[in-house]
Design a protein around this ligand. Structure first.
Ligand code: NAD
Ligand code: MG
Length: 385
């Protein structure tokens, strides 16, 4: 039996992870489940999976969590520190499925405990990059990518042959607005932006897919996960989301991982690794799909891609600033305080105002994240004024 902790157990990735665990009785034992504020959902999954501990990040909800768990045998805890503490207890596999840089401290705590981290929370790696990678080495932890593109590359990439790789190709669905003319993009609403054509996901990553900042973050994520230069990472729009990404070797062989767009496949891969486990997803029926399309992304309609490319090229603190500004801009858009095309503009404004030196510690990353958020919020206000 593997022990599992899920950070962000009530979200889209967390729910898919619990679905797999509940379908494999006897294979996993749940240590801790954490959530931000959804007490009812957290308590119900914790009781159902007989978790040792349930942690609510928003401490105001701790009394309600205690009530909901009374008599169940599940220990209740609350507060951001308690989330990091639960992560720091370690587990054979820690599924990092919190959204945003809010997940960074718990991920670092899990790394320090030295187990396997199944990483969905790309913002943590984008922000902390080298600091996180150094901690992984220092503590003998293992980082397995859950993000479908990176999981695909992980499956196709032979690390012993990294010097024989020409490039990797990240596929992008292009999001809901891949065919929308620029002139019509100014009017895009949050409801339209979160309706992804291929994947059902949390609100933040859905907006990131719509702006294609998601692919920009994934470019930075891939740069940190795989032993390649950023110029060896290409992006191609593939609207069917069947090929999840590809690795091209120097001999002209290109290896791809294919599957229906269902996050349970990459999550299962990370949970079972180095073994594999069954998932209940639709098997791939290529004759029904019929065709696979590919095109280059449009840099004019999706400026977020250029911002991310520049950030990974410059390195240092640039990706952390980019990520923090994007989180603020997306939250503003979802809350009606910014327009769709302003998201990338707010990120660009913040990058222009803030260029701190490369962070060497977790605290330095968190300081940069905090200051970038403050400046991004100012940029949002100035646009409204
Ligand atoms: P979601 O919004 O559905 O869920 C987020 C989870 O994080 C919830 O459990 C929530 O309670 C928790 N959370 C939010 N803010 C928190 C905070 N401040 N402190 C502690 N916990 C907090 O998001 P999601 O779609 O499941 O995505 C999670 C992560 O996985 C993101 O980084 C996303 O980019 C990545 N990812 C998601 C998918 C997908 O299909 N959903 C695919 C690839 C990568
Ligand atoms: Mg992805």
């Amino acid at each position: 039996m593997k022990t599992v902790t899920i950070l962000g157990a009530t979200g889209s990735v967390g729910t898919s992870t619990l679905d797999l665990i509940e379908r494999a009785p006897g294979a996993f034992r749940v240590r801790a489940l954490t959530a931000n504020s959804d007490v009812a959902k957290l308590a119900s999954v914790a009781i159902r999976t007989r978790a040792e501990r349930a942690v609510i990040a928003d401490e105001a909800h701790l009394p309600a969590l205690r009530d909901a768990l009374a008599g169940s045998g599940v220990v209740a805890a609350g507060g951001a520190e308690a989330v990091a503490e639960a992560a720091g207890e370690g587990a054979d596999v820690t599924v990092a499925a919190i959204v945003g840089c809010a997940g960074l401290k718990p991920v670092m705590a899990a790394i320090r405990a030295g187990g396997t981290i199944a990483l969905a929370n790309k913002e943590a790696l984008v922000s902390a990059g080298d600091v996180m990678k150094a901690a992984i080495v220092d503590h003998g932890a293992t980082l397995l990518p859950v993000d479908s593109e990176h999981n695909a590359i992980f499956q196709c990439l032979d690390a012993r042959l990294s010097h024989r790789i020409r490039r990797i190709i990240l596929t992008a669905s292009g999001g809901p607005f891949r065919d929308r003319p620029l002139a019509e993009m100014a009017e895009i609403t949050p409801a339209q932006a979160v309706a992804h054509p291929n994947w059902s996901m949390g609100a933040k990553i859905s907006v990131d897919s719509a702006t294609m900042m998601n692919k920009g973050l994934e470019l930075i994520e891939a740069f940190h996960l795989f032993p390649l230069g950023h110029e060896q990472i290409d992006i191609v729009v593939h609207r069917q989301s069947v090929i999840h990404s590809m690795v091209e070797y120097v001999d002209g062989s290109t290896l791809a991982q294919l599957g229906t767009p269902d996050m349970r496949t990459p999550i299962a891969y990370a949970l079972a690794w180095p073994d594999r486990m069954a998932t209940p997803g639709e098997p791939l029926d290529l004759t029904r799909i019929g065709r696979l399309d590919f095109e280059a992304p449009d840099p004019v309609r999706f400026p977020a891609l250029r911002l991310a490319r520049e950030a990974v090229e410059a390195g240092g603190a640039r990706p952390a600033v980019l990520n923090a500004a994007n989180e603020v801009a997306v939250a503003a858009f979802l809350g009606g305080g910014a327009r769709f095309l302003e998201i990338a503009a707010i990120v660009a404004d913040t990058l222009e105002r803030f260029d701190p030196p490369a962070p060497q510690t977790l605290d330095a990353v968190l300081d940069i994240d905090r200051e970038a958020r403050r400046l991004a919020a100012e940029c949002v206000k100035e646009r409204v004024a």
